[in-house]
Design a protein around this ligand. Structure first.
Ligand code: ADP
Length: 248
């Protein structure tokens, strides 16, 4: 995020963005649920040029034992960016950035999980970023949400994530890489189905009225994502139903 890059052109004469999107349009999203046979639940998700895979294990006995909590499950979330996921090789292993993303993403899920029903257990969520193009933390949360459902872990509802931001003086939805690099602000959020915001971060600067506009837009984005997540679940569920019917 760098400010005042006035030489960067973000909109064409029709007001469309560099990737031909309208200001309030999200990038195309493709989802495949249940892609890993060893995980209890999994999901592969593409969002624009982002490619992420989420794997969920548990609830299972928490190890090491010192991590066990007597009254509830420990929820662990690991966001990891593969070194080949970015243009210049990313340094492998944990970083301040990945630790921060892992922490805030775990907190985004805590309100929807029934951790108190599984004392001493662990619910482990792993997300690997295979290709990064701005918006990987939100893509990861959307994939993790579906992997949790695929694992059969009871939830109060899905969690959907999206970002809004400011580029070339305008508030736009779901920043792509050039917009993220040269724009003025990036505001990723995660939201429950009933509209509770479980993650909010901001990079850059927005005035109070721009912040309000961005918040309204990003919540609309989350609701669009939610519909796509639900459609992916329905598709998965329908195919499971078909398999069952064939077996009868
Ligand atoms: P997010 O991916 O959630 O938008 P950031 O705003 O931190 O998170 O990163 C924006 C983009 O910058 C990433 O999606 C990725 O394309 C790129 N990026 C992040 N970290 C690195 C890194 N260590 N090396 C190269 N590119 C990176």
């Amino acid at each position: 995020m760098s400010s005042n890059q006035t030489d960067v052109v973000f909109f064409d004469e029709n007001g469309l963005r560099t990737d031909q999107r309208k200001p309030d349009e999200i990038r195309p999203m493709k989802i495949k649920i249940g892609v890993l046979s060893r995980a209890n639940g999994s999901c592969y998700l593409e969002w624009g040029a982002n490619k992420v895979i989420a794997a969920v294990y548990g609830p299972r006995e928490a190890h090491p034992r010192r991590m066990q909590l007597a009254n509830k499950a420990v929820i662990r979330y690991r966001y990891n960016m593969q070194s080949f996921s970015v243009e210049d090789r990313a340094r492998p292993g944990p970083s301040r950035r990945s630790s921060e993303i892992s922490k805030v993403s775990r907190e985004a899920f805590e309100p929807v999980l029934f951790a108190e029903d599984y004392p001493k257990a662990a619910i482990d969520i792993f997300v690997e970023v295979l290709q990064a193009d701005a918006g990987t933390r939100t893509a990861a949360i959307n994939a993790a949400s579906l992997a949790l459902v695929d694992a059969g872990i009871p939830m109060r509802g899905l969690v959907s994530a999206c970002a809004a931001g400011k580029v070339g003086g305008k508030i736009v939805l779901d920043l792509n890489k050039p917009e993220d690099n040269y724009g003025e602000a990036d505001l990723p959020i995660a939201m429950t189905e009933d509209g509770k915001i479980t993650l909010i971060q901001m990079d850059g600067h927005l005035t109070p009225s721009e912040f309000e506009e961005a918040m309204e837009l990003v919540q609309k984005g989350c609701r669009q994502v939610l519909e796509i997540q639900k459609a992916a679940l329905l598709e998965k569920f329908a195919s499971v139903m078909d398999d069952d019917e064939e077996e009868i």
